[in-house]
Design a binder for this molecule. Structure first.
Ligand code: DLL
Length: 430
């Protein structure tokens, strides 16, 4: 099923022609209205005819997170303030937030992309979407909300947390799809289990849209089997509208990135040079349709690669693989490079492991993995605990070449955050 078949199945040649046209007009638009880009283009000697082919994108400057912070609040605005109808911000862990502006056309465009995503997964009128992302300055809930309404789903703007109420809403209004983070989905699964609610028997859930945090295929499988739903990976970032940038179709082999709205490059995170076709690197995105705040070559810091084979669904927009980590999240422990997600993958493949974990780095270079158990009854059987602890240590050592200390905790011991989960606590004395 398609929301906009013509655009979703455009031939590659037509798509690229369109991209070139849009890239040119985006560059002209920012060169005219955004002093930050005027200066950057002038430094590079780029005039109005700088972009002759898509490859010329490499001549354009990168935009980084730091640029967004440095130009906060209005520095990258490309339209009159009166033409902005919505503001979102993204709070970093430190310093100033990043401000993102939407014109009327931008809000409609973002909703349209979500509509494509939802219809692509086989939902439509009659479906009930429980939106458990945070409403507010975060893009996660509102952008999804507008897109789902456009398709005609009934949207329950539940927001995050309050699991008791989430359950009631699911039961009373027969929720068929929900939208949340992987950490909350796992928490909810545990919550339902503790209350004796069997999702397959007692609820009407069919599908879940899971994103806003990195997660592994093992976590996807855990959510699917615990909640009896098909999980679709949803990728996006506030700087590029929020959710709806890339989404899985029913084949679930990578996420289609809407290439008529975003131009994708994969670069070496250290040098910024393009990596060979199909190889892994940092994703760089350029907006092609945004009006209020276009962004050139945004360094997402997200590590992925482009799938080169066509998708059986018939969409021509290329797919990206699951994000394997953020360039900034890489940990170096005793000289070994590792991403938190590699630890997550090992943990979530073990049925005895519950929904939550934390990674602590302490002292000089000590790695401690705190793991919640799936089942409280596990407590009593000491030999099981010892075996499980040993198994986790061994698996991590074999996969990652690091030997952590593993602490097993009863279910529900680790805090649950309403927004994105914090997994890594680095308190090393370096
Ligand atoms: O998290 C937008 C979003 C909302 C996406 C809801 C999907 C669903 P930010 O707060 O700006 O925006 O965070 C963006 O989150 O650069 C990735 O590092 C990470 N991220 C988002 N989706 C995924 C995903 C929203 N499916 C940052 N897999 C991005 C891995 C993801 N990482």
């Amino acid at each position: 099923m398609f929301w906009d078949k013509e655009w979703e199945t455009l031939s590659r040649a037509e798509l690229e022609q369109w991209q070139l046209r849009r890239l040119r007009s985006t560059v002209q638009h920012v060169a005219r209205h955004v002093p930050f880009y005027q200066q950057k283009c002038a430094e590079r000697g780029l005039g109005a005819r700088a972009i002759l082919s898509l490859k010329d994108i490499r001549r354009l400057p990168f935009t980084t997170r730091e640029d967004l912070r440095a130009t906060y609040p209005f520095g990258l605005l490309a339209v009159d303030r009166a033409d902005v109808i919505r503001l979102h911000t993204s709070s970093g862990t430190t310093g100033k937030p990043k401000a993102m502006f939407f014109s009327k056309k931008d809000v409609a465009g973002a909703a349209d992309l979500i509509a494509r995503c939802l219809v692509m997964t086989g939902v439509g009128r009659g479906d009930v979407l429980q939106n458990m992302m945070t409403y507010g300055l975060f893009t996660g809930a509102l952008v999804m909300h507008y897109g789902a309404e456009k398709v005609g789903l009934m949207v329950i703007p539940a927001g995050p947390g309050n699991s008791e109420r989430q359950c009631l809403l699911m039961q009373d209004f027969r929720t068929t799809v929900f939208h949340t983070t992987p950490s909350y989905a796992l928490y909810l699964a545990q919550f339902l289990k503790e209350r004796g609610i069997d999702p397959r028997r007692d609820l009407s859930l069919r599908k879940a849209y899971i994103g806003a945090e990195p997660y592994s295929d093992e976590t996807r499988r855990k959510i699917e089997s615990a909640l009896g739903v098909k999980v679709y990976n949803s990728y996006g970032l506030s700087e590029m509208n929020g959710p709806g940038v890339a989404f899985e179709c029913e084949h679930q082999q990578g996420m289609h990135l809407w290439e008529d709205h975003f131009l994708i490059e994969i670069v070496d995170p250290a040098t910024g040079n393009p990596v060979p076709d199909g190889e892994e690197g940092e994703m760089v995105l350029t907006t092609l349709r945004r009006e209020a705040m276009p962004i050139l070559r945004y360094r997402t810091r997200d590590i992925t690669s482009v799938i080169r084979t066509p998708c059986p669904c018939g969409r021509t927009h290329r797919r990206i693989r699951r994000i394997t980590g953020r360039a900034d999240d890489m940990l170096i422990v005793r000289g070994v490079n590792l991403y938190p997600q590699q630890i997550e993958r090992v943990l979530m493949s073990l049925p005895a492991v519950g929904h939550s974990y934390q990674i602590h780095l302490e002292g000089l270079d000590e790695l401690i993995v705190k793991v919640e158990l799936a089942d409280a009854s596990f407590d009593g059987r000491v030999e099981h605990l010892v075996n499980l602890q040993r198994e986790i240590v061994e698996r991590l050592r074999a996969d990652l070449l690091v030997k952590p200390r593993v602490e097993l905790l009863p279910p529900g011991s680790l805090p649950v955050s309403e927004g994105k989960a914090k997994r890594v606590f680095d308190k090393r004395i370096l």
